[in-house]
Design a protein around this ligand. Structure first.
Ligand SMILES: Cc1ncc(C[n+]2csc(CCOP(=O)(O)OP(=O)(O)O)c2C)c(N)n1
Length: 298
């Protein structure tokens, strides 16, 4: 029997205002960058939950988005491009008492890091993954990313693209993420609410925040994102993965973006399953790998 699921309320709690979660380093992105909205949403969520910064680890890869941990009062790891997920997985498994948050870009998460995403979802790693989806490689000055729309002209596609963009939310629903949400990053209230829900959720929480890049993506502006994002209708069944997929597809067919909490379910996390396995074989003291891996097999 697995231990009953408890929400992630075990964080050490403090009473701090959003501004108290700001680091000494002032946020620096281009003027009008949507990543400021993601930061605002995260700071508000941390304050609303009351997460103790001493028990918070913010992991990122490489990209404009991946600078975000600099600006947050937390432990942080600025890792290799595309490798935030595996590093955060290690942190979470070693210290399940910490709140682990990944912040990174669409290129970081779904291009070079794309191989890791399904595995974090299927393993149900207890962390919150915030994708700062500006549908372009910002830091390297405007190449197409896996989420770019075909019509977007980029430095790598000066005459327009030839590939259709992928949908991170559909991908995560398919691979078993247990909390999936989406919003326009400029809607800080909703972003904060969804991040809070994700952090309190025990399991792999994926939040896609659509974040305009005023420097390198003329197609997906703050205005187009704001207008396109539409809350899933009242009564949307967040426990039904098919309903979530349908809502995303339907919105897309109508030129909109399904926004809000799309899906939430519960199943044991990897650290819970591992703890259970260790307990099954006699606990930590006489921990013997040979009891877990049957070495007698060919
Ligand atoms: C191994 C490796 N390959 C390529 C790069 C170059 N590089 C740095 S950031 C980046 C893409 C960033 O785009 P994204 O993750 O979407 O974040 P954004 O800058 O748009 O926020 C690339 C290709 C790198 N730093 N390391």
């Amino acid at each position: 029997m697995n231990a009953p699921m408890q929400p992630n309320m075990h964080f050490h709690k403090v009473e701090l205002k959003p501004k108290d979660y700001k680091n000494e380093t002032t946020a620096f992105w281009c003027a009008g960058c949507g990543h400021y909205g993601v930061l605002t949403g995260l700071l508000r969520a941390l304050s609303e939950i009351g997460v103790d910064p001493n028990y918070l680890v913010n992991v990122s890869g490489i990209g404009c988005s991946s600078r975000l941990p600099y600006f947050v009062q937390s432990y942080k790891m600025h890792t290799l491009h595309g490798r935030a997920g595996p590093v955060a997985t290690g942190v979470q498994l070693a210290r399940p008492d910490l709140a682990v948050v990944v912040t990174g870009g669409d290129g970081d998460g779904f291009s070079i890091g794309g191989g890791h995403m399904p595995h974090m979802a299927r393993k149900n790693i207890n962390m919150t993954y915030i994708l700062m989806d500006n549908r372009v490689y910002g830091l390297t000055k405007g190449q197409v990313s896996p989420t770019s729309q075909q019509a977007m002209k980029a430095s790598t596609t000066p005459y327009g693209g030839v590939e259709d963009g992928m949908d991170p939310v559909l991908y995560m629903l398919t691979y078993g993420a247990t909390y999936v949400a989406q919003a326009f990053a400029g809607n800080a209230k909703l972003a904060a609410q969804l991040i809070k829900g994700g952090m309190e959720h025990k399991g792999f929480a994926f939040i896609n925040l659509l974040s305009q890049c005023p420097s390198f993506n003329e197609l997906d502006t703050a205005v187009t994102f704001r207008n396109a994002c539409e809350l899933v209708p009242e009564g949307h069944d967040t426990s039904d993965v098919s309903a979530a997929m349908l809502a995303v597809h339907k919105a897309k067919q109508e030129g909109r973006i399904a926004s809000g909490l799309l899906y939430k379910t519960e199943r044991p996390t990897l650290d819970q399953n591992m703890a259970q396995l260790v307990q099954n074989v006699g606990g930590h003291k006489d921990y013997d790998l040979r009891k877990i891996i049957d070495l007698s097999r060919p």
